[in-house]
Design a protein around this ligand. Structure first.
Ligand code: FES
Length: 107
């Protein structure tokens, strides 16, 4: 099962197993990771699952779809080139070792 590491804005780091076929957001919620709110439950409507993908993963993930790209303009913390909605990051075996950073605030 892929391991994903979540690093909070305060530096707290947790690595958890996340099943293939779920999402990076679900991995956080199921493991009580701080910094992911996910108000809409993964329906790409709230932007409270915003994460910054670690630089080491740039170019390894599927590109943003237009809906995700638009919603990233409404995150509470500033959008960066590495910003993603974690509910739209479907977990694959290839994502083993992925590191994401959670922003200071989601709402
Ligand atoms: Fe709402 Fe991702 S959980 S946009």
């Amino acid at each position: 099962m892929p391991k994903i590491t979540y690093i909070s804005a305060g530096g707290t780091e947790r690595t958890v197993d996340v099943p293939v076929g779920t999402s990076v957001m679900r991995g956080a919620v199921f493991n009580d990771i701080e910094g992911i709110v996910a108000q809409c439950g993964g329906n790409a409507q709230c932007a409270t699952c915003h994460v910054y993908v670690d630089d080491t993963a740039v170019g390894t993930l599927d590109p943003r779809q237009p809906g995700e790209d638009r919603l990233l303009d409404y995150t509470v913390c500033p959008r960066r080139p590495t910003s993603r909605l974690s509910c739209q990051l479907k977990v694959t075996e290839a994502m083993d070792g992925l590191i994401v950073h959670t922003p200071e605030r989601q709402d």
